[in-house]
Design a protein around this ligand. Structure first.
Ligand SMILES: [Zn+2]
Length: 87
């Protein structure tokens, strides 16, 4: 698991905007990200411990990769919907 910071996630989102991978929601906090060019598929998971956000991806990157950057947009929308639903 890698801690999400403002700077590492911004870089990952910027890279995702260029590569534009396909993001599919598997369940809340679990996403499948497909590289449209190579067809490679990775799984991204988000977790939150004591108000710190973490992410992990099963690709070979050991940093917040663009798969995580691509998923977080969908994740933020879903998390807000869940929050609204429980409020
Ligand atoms: Zn990745």
């Amino acid at each position: 698991m890698i801690e999400i910071t403002k700077s590492n996630i911004e870089k990952a989102i910027a890279k995702a905007r260029i590569t534009k991978p396909l993001v599919k929601v598997l369940e809340f906090r679990r996403y499948q990200v497909t590289n449209k060019t190579t067809g490679a598929t990775y799984e991204v998971k988000f977790s939150k411990i004591n108000n710190t956000k973490y992410a992990e991806c099963n690709c070979k990157a050991t940093v917040i990769c663009y798969h995580i950057g691509a998923s977080i947009g969908a994740h933020i929308v879903l998390a807000e919907q869940m929050h609204t639903a429980t409020a």
